[in-house]
Design a protein around this ligand. Sequence first.
Ligand code: FES
Length: 115
Amino acid sequence: MTMMEKNWIEIGTLDDIPRQGARVLKTRLGCVAVFRTADDEVFALDDKCPHKGGPLSQGIVHGMSVTCPLHNWVISLETGSAAGADSGQVRTHRVRVEQRRIYIDASALHTSEVM
Ligand code: FES
């Protein structure tokens, strides 16, 4: 599979996101938080905590998780699931990095363009 397939949209480069940070991608279906871990892995989740909708993009990234800035729920970047005793799920989006360029699978965003 190549990145040129129609549902994969380039959204920037690895250098656009600080390590253990995030950038927000605005789409027609809401904001998506694109995270970069300390190991340069990239994940994309809806920017909406499954607890009360807090902005996960403003949370603290640690390992393969992000801690929500509002009430400290810990969300897995891989699965979008809340950890520990909390239960909830946020939608994840497939992302790939090729030659430091980041691509997102926009098929679930129901749009061929991001804003
Ligand atoms: S809104 Fe995220 S922990 Fe409450």
